[in-house]
Design a binder for this molecule. Structure first.
Ligand code: HEM
Length: 125
């Protein structure tokens, strides 16, 4: 389905469950765990959720709170190697499997995550 149809299809609840399923795996992950703010995992969860809601046709809370996404720039402080990218995608794929969203919404999101994560690579190795 079109990007803008995803939020109408799965709602706030779909994004909430997806992002929670992703972040549940992060703290214990040997590559990603150390990169995220231990004392602000709720904040990190909210930023990703708000971004996705905005990006896929929902309310613009992300823009109001954080401004233009400029995701590559915001990721510059984090060492996103091919291995980190692959792990991020692996955890998100697992979150998508677990959340069982409407199949056509899931397909759109999966494609977006795979290509955006590749675009985020900013270090060799
Ligand atoms: C490719 C591997 C990736 C790694 C290792 C990674 C890592 C991180 C880390 C460590 C943060 C800081 C956590 C925080 O918000 O405090 C972050 C923030 C964020 N990431 Fe990623 N990320 C990756 C891919 C992605 C992808 C594919 C997306 C989009 C679908 C994304 C969207 C975001 C957003 C929206 C934020 C919050 C930005 C802000 O407003 O400050 N990330 N990421």
């Amino acid at each position: 389905m079109e990007d803008s149809e995803v939020y109408p299809a799965i709602g706030e609840d779909g994004f909430q469950r997806l992002v929670a399923a992703f972040y549940r795996q992060v703290p214990d992950d040997d590559i990603l765990g150390p990169m995220y703010p231990k004392d602000d995992m709720e904040g990190a969860e909210q930023r990703l959720r708000d971004f996705l809601v905005f990006r896929f046709g929902g309310p613009q809370h992300y823009i109001e709170q954080r401004g233009h996404p400029r995701l590559r720039m915001r990721h510059a402080p984090f060492a996103v190697s091919q291995a980190a990218r692959d792990r991020w995608v692996q955890l998100m794929d697992r979150a998508l499997d677990e959340t069982k969203l409407l199949a056509r919404a899931e397909e759109t999101l999966r494609g977006f995550f795979h290509s955006t994560a590749t675009f985020m690579i900013n270090r060799p190795g």
